[in-house]
Design a protein around this ligand. Structure first.
Ligand code: ADE
Length: 250
């Protein structure tokens, strides 16, 4: 089954250029996903095909008018559902969102520009609103490409090799353990001994403790989300000197 992705954007060339590149381009050639880009300026009326207007209530910037976006969504045959708008006010996009989207037959992404969307088009034709993070982009195109790339690499065949997306950051709710390649010593820095030991159980344990320790230091919110630490994990963090004692709160 081919994942169908529709994107509404005022910059279709920018989207297509990246979608033709690297992992996304190869996955499209293999038929893992297909892309339909719709320039909603083509649905705008008037001599200038204007897609934005000044905000009611005043203030800086322009707001995307509802009709060109709604018409594009309603008049595109076979447009994929759900329809997802990219906006900094949306629900946070996470690995869980990507996993959910990767299981669908397709989805549509709507890229904003200017100050954002008219609220009524979000209510009338959009199913979900998604944000990439607590920052503001000039438009939704880069966010849409991030969503597409995060999803396509989880679709079977998306990476060309199904192994690669299994053991990685967020899959198990933790950040990923550190990686090393040759040389064994680089500018005086050594690859940890255990990784060269050939002891697979020890390597596995080292990787799990490193992933846990990194997450504990950098993203305690992720530890919280998976329900805190279990007794074994407390012991590991204590051994690494990151917890005073296994009974410590955290
Ligand atoms: N459009 C502008 N900023 C955005 C963000 N942070 N996430 C998703 N879409 C956006």
């Amino acid at each position: 089954m081919t994942l169908r992705v529709d994107v509404l954007s005022l910059f279709p060339d920018a989207l297509r250029a990246y979608a033709d590149t690297s992992v996304l381009g190869r996955a499209r050639e293999r038929g893992v996903w297909e892309l339909f880009v719709h320039d909603f300026r083509e649905a705008a009326s008037g001599a200038h095909r204007s897609v934005d207007d000044t905000p009611y209530g005043g203030g800086a910037g322009m707001v995307l008018a509802p009709e060109p976006i709604a018409r594009t969504i309603e008049e595109t045959p076979g447009l994929a559902r759900p329809v997802i708008a990219l906006t900094p006010s949306g629900e946070p996009f996470t690995h869980a969102t990507a996993t959910r989207l990767a299981r669908l037959e397709g989805f549509t992404l709507v890229c904003g520009r200017y100050e954002g969307f008219d609220q009524r088009v979000l209510e009338a034709v959009v199913d979900e609103e998604v944000s990439l993070g607590d920052f503001v982009l000039a438009g939704g195109e880069l966010a849409a490409l991030c969503v597409i790339e995060a999803v396509v690499r989880l679709v079977p065949g998306g990476l060309g090799n199904d192994e690669s997306s299994v053991e990685e950051s967020f899959g198990d709710g933790l950040l990923e353990y550190p990686h090393y390649t040759k040389p064994a010593v680089w500018r005086g820095r050594e690859v940890p001994e255990v990784l060269r030991s050939g002891n697979h159980a020890a390597i596995e344990r080292w990787r799990r403790t490193q992933a846990l320790a990194l997450t504990w230091r950098r993203r305690p919110d992720l530890i919280e989300r998976r329900g805190g630490l279990n007794p074994l994990e407390r012991r590991w963090l204590t051994e690494l000197g990151l917890l005073e004692s296994p009974d410590e709160n955290g």
